[in-house]
Design a protein around this ligand. Structure first.
Ligand code: ADP
Ligand code: MG
Length: 618
């Protein structure tokens, strides 16, 4: 037998390695922007075509590269930013792995132009499949331009994996914002298919935040600033009244690197405590600076998680810094107590952050909301209901086994197709007279065999879901015109998202018109959305939509339907009149699948009379 092991050709090895760094156009955008920042640029322009699939170009006025460096830059592990392992612990630059340009050169056609201040001419290099195919001197200004064309042209499997232009563009906008936000002293512009998306003049941090997140924050930002030997925090939080029903405007940066941290987010939410409604989210843009040695930087280049040497200190610090800031600006009159003393006595400051507290924090429902994956799809474990089993009609019977496997606590798979699931329970028509509401949450419905205990919110969710599903397919839901059309101003990422959803929203009774600058005019809403609540309804819908959006198995439309149904359903705790209950129950049992929500939660439980008789020894 011949030997079988071979070395992979360089270009294939590079392509494989590139997969880790460049997953989608947005990852390339992030790397190129960060390189421009590292090069000391004061002006950075981003140009994309076809959501980066056709072209991503970053032009900067940074320090440029020599001819040799320009060629070297595309080699794997070629970097000017670290020289030895100790350097890893004092990193001040955004990049340091020397992988980005090599990865980009492996999966796109690249044109680089670069010139240093001290050089007469610049250098132009063209690369394809990691090979330099052309090099010549050119006349240009100091700085660098890197254009990458036809991303993944040589890796069709990856190219096919890319999402719609709207979705990829949204990722790009997110990455752009994350870089632009942390460097207000740098001018940034961003255009997509020849249209300008952002034009961010140099300015203060506050100006940058308002430029990016919208004017509605202009007079509503509270500065946060605390310094210690160990770490600094600075930035802004939105006044409580700016809290939105959607979680978009929240940014944490550690040493200028955008990070996601449910833990630190919890610290901020805690600081806002009673000042905002339970289901709303305060705006924040916070920068934490600390000694790089206190961080585990050995995390994956594309990961946004970060590890602190001492998480508890960071948590307590963030929380008390925000409380302090809010108190100083007397945001809430009820908070206007003996300021400094109260801060000193805050648990977070005065007591060590014990593991006990941490675990109670992390088991709180708030924390869970942020950490549970796809939480809207979670099925409650039904184990505690086991003893009901005999007289509670198991759901599986109705959902032909495709629905939630009760008790598994896992994700509900493929519940989206109402037509195929037949309502097998028809012989059991419920009577809609004498309905009884319990705890403003449940409705007792008598049937000839026993009774149903209906969960009002889940039931309504099912009804709305089917109504909406019909509306997008056929007859649109009637719109009630707004007398005084309100406008809604979104951040750029949400604006892109909403634009994507407009045609379907239209069928669902929302008449929205783009009004430039990420603003929309609400011309009309479905009749059952009360006037004055349009904005909140739309914000909540977006928030809900984003919950679903990491879920690949649902279409855009399906996610929209589910979001709207969830968001518009009558909530538990709402007292219903006899008439409302009657309509709800009738509507429910006219549904194609009355027994569960689209997300797989049961809408009612059945209690059979003969089983009840048995329990009473009859
Ligand atoms: P890293 O940023 O981790 O060093 P990259 O592959 O992103 O690795 O870049 C390799 C090197 O190319 C950088 O270390 C830097 O010296 C040089 N470089 C990349 N982009 C630019 C730029 N826009 N201006 C000047 N030099 C650059
Ligand atoms: Mg880099």
């Amino acid at each position: 037998m011949p030997d079988i092991i071979q070395l992979l050709p360089d270009n294939i090895a590079n392509q494989i390695a590139a997969g880790e760094v460049i997953q989608r156009p947005a990852s390339a955008v992030k790397e190129l922007l960060e390189n421009a920042v590292d090069a000391g640029a004061t002006e950075i322009n981003l140009i994309v075509n076809d959501a980066g699939k056709a072209l991503i170009q970053v032009i900067d006025n940074g320090k440029g590269m020599s001819e040799t460096d320009a060629r070297m830059a595309f080699e794997r592990h070629a970097t000017s930013k670290i020289k030895n392992i100790e350097d890893l612990f004092k990193i001040k630059t955004m990049g340091f792995r020397g992988e980005a340009l090599a990865s980009i050169a492996a999966v796109a056609q690249v044109e680089l132009k670069s010139k240093r201040e001290e050089d007469e001419t610049g250098v132009f290099i063209e690369i394809e499949n990691s090979q330099v195919i052309k090099q010549e001197p050119i006349a240009m200004q100091t700085g660098t331009s890197i254009a990458m064309k036809n991303l993944f042209f040589n890796v069709p499997a990856r190219r096919n994996f890319l999402k719609s232009n709207a979705a990829e563009l949204r990722h790009i906008v997110d990455e752009f914002i994350r870089v632009a936000m942390s460097f207000p002293e740098i001018f940034f512009s961003f255009s997509s298919n020849g249209q300008q998306v952002f034009h961010l003049e140099k300015g203060s941090m506050k100006q940058r935040i308002v430029q990016i997140l919208g004017n509605s924050y202009a007079a509503k930002l509270v500065p946060v600033q605390e310094q210690t030997d160990y770490m600094n925090i600075y930035g802004f939080v939105g006044k409580p009244e700016t809290a939105k029903k959607t979680r978009g405007d929240q940014y944490f940066f550690v040493n200028n690197r955008f990070i996601k941290s449910a833990y630190l987010n919890h610290a901020v939410m805690n600081a806002f405590n009673e000042m905002i409604a339970k289901d709303s989210f305060p705006m924040y843009t916070l920068f934490i600076d600390l000694d790089p040695a206190q961080l585990d930087i050995n995390v994956h280049p594309t990961k946004q998680e970060i590890k602190f040497e001492d998480e508890k200190i960071v948590y307590a610090f963030v929380q008390s810094a925000i409380k302090h800031a809010l108190a100083q600006f007397s945001i809430s009159p009820t908070l206007d107590f003996e300021l400094d003393a109260s801060i000193q006595s805050l648990d977070a400051v005065s007591k060590p952050f014990t593991d006990d507290k941490k675990s109670s924090a992390s088991s709180s429902s708030l924390y869970n909301t942020f950490t549970k994956k796809h939480q809207s799809h979670f099925i409650e474990s039904k184990s505690e209901l086991k003893h009901w089993k005999d007289f509670y009609e198991p759901k599986e019977k109705l959902t032909d086994g495709r629905g939630s496997s009760a008790g598994s606590g896992g994700l509900a798979e493929g519940q989206s197709d109402p037509i195929q699931q037949l309502h097998t329970n028809n012989e059991q028509r419920p009577t809609t007279d004498n309905l009884l509401q319990l705890h403003n949450s449940f409705i007792v419905v008598q049937t000839n065999r026993g009774y149903y205990l209906v969960h009002q919110q889940n039931a309504h969710e099912r009804i709305l879901y089917e109504r909406f599903a019909l509306a997008v397919e056929g007859k649109p839901i009637a719109t009630q015109q707004s007398l005084f059309p309100a406008t809604i101003e979104l951040n750029a990422a949400d604006a892109v998202l909403l634009k994507e959803l407009l045609p379907d929203m239209n069928h669902l009774g929302y008449q929205l018109e783009p009004f430039g600058n990420n603003t929309f005019v609400i011309q009309g809403t479905p009749a059952d959305v009360s006037q004055g609540n349009e904005k909140i309804a739309i914000e909540k819908m977006l928030e809900q939509y984003k919950h679903f959006s990491s879920d690949l198995k649902y279409s855009k439309r399906e996610k929209l339907l589910r979001s709207l149904a969830l968001q518009q359903s009558v909530k538990v705790g709402t007292s219903l009149t006899d008439k409302e209950m009657k309509v709800l129950i009738e509507d429910l049992f006219n549904c194609a699948i009355p027994n569960s929500t689209a997300n797989g939660k049961p809408t009612y439980l059945e209690f059979k009379k003969d089983e009840l008789d048995k329990l009473f020894g009859r």
